[in-house]
Design a protein around this ligand. Sequence first.
Ligand code: PLP
Length: 397
Amino acid sequence: MITPKMKQLVAGGSVIRAMFEEGRIMAEKFGAENVYDFSLGNPNTPPPAAVKEAIFDILENEPEMMVHGYMSNVGYEDVRKAMADNINRKQGTSYTARNIIMTVGAAGALNVVMKTIIEPGDEVLLQAPFFGEYLNYISNFDGKAVIVSPEYTNFSINFPELEQKITPKTKAMILNTPNNPTGAIYSEQDIIRLCDILRAKQKEYGHAIYLISDEPYREIVFGGQNVPYLPCYYENAFVGYSYSKTLSLPGERIGYIVAPDSLEDFEGTVAALSVANRILGFVNAPSLMQRVVARLGDISSDMTIYQENKKELYEALTSYGYEMVEPQGAFYMFPKAPGGDDKAFCEAAKEERILVVPGSTFAGPGYFRLAFCVSRQTVQNALPGFKRLAEKYHLKD
Ligand code: PLP
């Protein structure tokens, strides 16, 4: 018999995945070119050629028993060193291999961190709007998600509400920058303010409050803004990084955790992260992909298409009367849902064969998320439908 908790999760489903499936069915019915699917954050720009070259070269030239075998649960030592060196070059940190735990993407990283620090009943703060899967990652370990409503003017941190919601049970906060679903990048000023608040609360309650920086979109930034690196501002910070978006490899499941020396009980924490990676059943991050990303350094997919899509969509949609904060990074925008009812609007959009996701999926009701990691053609062909929707909702009246 399946557990009541799983029954609930099955019934709740994933709105995004359901829309993705719906898109597939619509594509069969109307032809893929006539369906404008902005539902899933699945990169459409191909991985750089260097990925394929590295795979072939590794398969040809590295010892196969090593390439395909088990290794330490935290990953290959040389791969972790390559990750540490790369971060050090960019962030001025002084990490070594022991600060890096290779993981099964950012999702694996977050679950490993949660397993390590969350006890049943511990509270984890989430600044809305946020990636809905966080709720599952927290409930996997019987933690309690505490949602802080957004500062709607620019989707920055809502400090008054945040301060109110920190309690003696607060164990962590997950922060995602650049943000899915808004494209916001939290400013350095806000990060400093946040860290001051958490530090004061750590002192008051006498235990660590961790900041977990979820960074799959770190390299996708439109205006050259700085994305503050949280461990440079706060001692009890973890980073979860992923190559899913930067290298367009979401199916390959490769990422890592950064666990800085400044963490409370660093040695114990790293030992626990390693065990968590093993006993959650990941065992280790995919071996071939570890070896690939170690060779790639700063090479990434060509992400100019995201910049072009963002520009075209932002200019067109705002000219039709949609209201939104201009995204600064990632490949999402989060406009206000015309009519105010996000679910009703997403249903209406389907009539134009446009698939977008209700903001309530991200704790942002009244908005909708548009993932613009799609082809230029999809953007261009979808614009007349967005215009008709704007007219239907009298956005310019
Ligand atoms: N965190 C955020 C904010 C995401 O948007 C995603 C995927 O879309 C993930 C984590 C999971 O990424 P990964 O594929 O690396 O597990």
